[in-house]
Ligand binder design. Structure first.
Ligand SMILES: Cc1cc2nc3c(=O)[nH]c(=O)nc-3n(C[C@H](O)[C@H](O)[C@H](O)COP(=O)(O)O)c2cc1C
Length: 509
């Protein structure tokens, strides 16, 4: 197998086809389901629950006595507690009739499987020892995994990213592959990356409320960083690092060291590995050698996204931006994926406000490959918009009607027969020309595109909840049927679908 093209091969091999679903969706082995939390044999935990903005501790059921915030420099335990909570803490407990329960988290996750773990690197803090901690979402605590100041190594392995040195806090997200692969097999890697993007979306949206500036970093030498955390790479691996300084950092793109994305040592990638691991390894950066930026292909400008379909009939999306007074945290607390839509419409102004929050320029800078993600919107019931397939030009805030029509039966079908798609008012469909993205990022483009789509997906979630609308991601679809509906060649891959509509059973705010 040509490992240079592993992303394209993986994508093709993990497409769903109606005729093959019986063999692609194998029966679940319930007794083999991995736990969604990591456990460490230690009594030494740092309890972050007392700082939660809640009346009752969700893990003990006891009232939370407010604790003073003043100790802790340069940031308090309280702000770290809330940052982790609103990024991916337990925000709800689902009780099943058989007595079992599911701890539901701040970020959505395909199949309720929660493959993403968070680690926290801290230094120079007056109440926390220097070190790398694992965030234990199941009781909202920290466990010190490795003691010491690792900033030199962290900076070096992330190609001296400018935001690392000024920061005293980094959040490192990993994926425990089997949690998702248990159910989704090879296609799990797509959903894992989308899940990681949702978690990142919460972090980037919430961090300013605690006084942090967030700088997501996707370029790092995988095996060196994984080794720093002593991860067994075939089981768990790092997907992103986020530097969280308390002052803004000027990032000069001309100074950026661009690693050789194609440098995967293919002979080390065993053809015996599952495809998921072959892609993960094939999209790894193997060494610290960097190429001069001018030797890399010129990045596609985001402007090209604006040129598409520019001769088509255009609707300018204008409306009042969402008022986030009161904080995004309150919305994260309320966020849940909608399980059924009524089939009713919402307004063009609501769609405008939602897309504005999800795509505005300031929220695009934390994306890893913003020039390559192309957005299509299938309008099924939006007041003031003709039904049909639209292209969305994010910077111009324009919807361009590619063709009009009623496609609910098709959307129901290509989303594997999910009524959620049929009854949605609109579907936001993220696509990308994979080959073009790979000319800049190699196989790693696959990670970036999916994490970015999840990141935008989370912003769409938050905006929808804030507006009183229903929302849910959809990770399973018949890929080629979506291409056919959008009129796109197969080189343009379908990355992610987010459904929006009026939620059943809830009155709108
Ligand atoms: C990447 C991704 C794919 C998803 N795919 C589907 C889907 O195909 N159908 C569905 O009903 N829900 C889907 N969901 C929603 C999850 O089922 C939901 O997030 C999970 O059960 C946790 O519930 P919560 O979002 O309410 O916290 C998806 C979520 C994500 C993040």
């Amino acid at each position: 197998m040509d490992q240079k093209q592993i992303a394209a091969i993986y994508h093709q091999e993990t497409k769903y086809y109606e005729t093959k679903m019986a063999e692609q969706q194998k029966p679940l082995k319930w007794d083999a389901q991995p736990a969604p939390f990591k456990s460490y044999h230690t009594e030494k935990k740092i309890d972050l629950a007392p700082y939660l903005p809640l009346r009752t501790n969700p893990f003990t059921g006891k009232p939370i006595e407010p604790v003073p915030e003043e100790n802790g420099y340069p940031f308090t335990l309280g702000s770290l507690s809330r940052l982790l909570y609103f990024t991916n803490g337990v925000t709800g407990i689902l009780q099943y009739p058989n007595g079992e329960s599911l701890a539901m988290r701040a970020a959505p996750t395909a199949g309720g499987l929660y493959p993403v773990e968070l680690y926290v690197a801290v230094r120079n803090n007056s109440v926390l020892e220097d070190g790398i901690y694992n965030f234990q979402a199941n009781d909202h605590s920290l466990v010190l995994v490795w003691e010491g100041d690792f900033w030199t190594e962290l900076g070096k392995y992330c190609f001296d990213h400018e935001a690392i040195e000024p920061a005293n806090l980094l959040l490192i997200s990993t994926a425990v592959f089997q949690r998702s692969a248990w159910r989704y097999h090879e296609r799990a890697y797509r959903r894992i990356l989308l899940d990681a993007g949702h978690v990142l979306g919460n972090l980037v949206a919430y961090a300013p409320e605690e006084g942090f500036f967030s700088y997501p970093i996707g370029e790092f030498v995988d095996h060196l960083l994984n080794r720093l955390l002593f991860l067994e790479e075939d089981l768990e691996a790092i997907l992103s690092v986020v530097a969280l300084p308390q002052n803004p950092v000027h990032i000069d793109p001309s100074q950026k060291k661009i690693p050789q994305h194609q440098s995967a040592k293919t002979e080390e990638n065993s053809a015996m590995d599952p495809l998921l691991l072959q892609l993960h390894k094939g999209s790894s950066i193997q060494d610290l050698n960097t190429e001069a930026p001018e030797q890399n292909p010129t990045p596609d400008s985001e402007e090209t996204l604006e040129q598409k379909y520019h001769l088509k009939e255009t609707t300018l999306l204008t409306g009042e931006p969402i008022d986030w007074a009161g904080g995004v945290g309150q919305t994260i607390l309320l966020r849940r994926s909608t399980r059924a839509f009524t089939g009713e419409s919402f307004s063009r102004e609501e769609l405008a406000a939602l897309l504005e929050y999800s795509y505005v320029a300031t929220s695009r800078s934390p994306l890893f490959a913003p020039s390559y993600l192309e957005t299509y919107i299938l309008v099924q019931h939006i007041d003031g918009l003709e039904k049909g397939v639209y292209y969305y030009a994010p910077l111009n805030r324009e919807l361009r009607l590619i063709y009009a029509g009623d496609f609910e039966t098709q959307s129901w079908h290509f989303c594997l027969g999910q009524e959620l798609a049929r009854d949605a008012a609109a579907l936001v469909i993220h696509t990308a020309h994979l080959e073009n993205a790979m000319t800049q990022y190699g196989n790693r483009a696959y990670r970036y595109l999916h994490i970015d789509a999840g990141h935008i997906g989370e912003r769409i979630n938050l905006a929808a909840i804030k507006l009183g609308l229903g929302v849910s991601g959809i990770g399973g679809f018949y890929d080629d049927e979506v291409n056919a509906l959008l009129g796109l060649p197969l080189e343009q891959i379908i990355v992610y679908i987010t459904t929006l509509g009026q939620p059943h059973g809830l009155r709108r705010s």
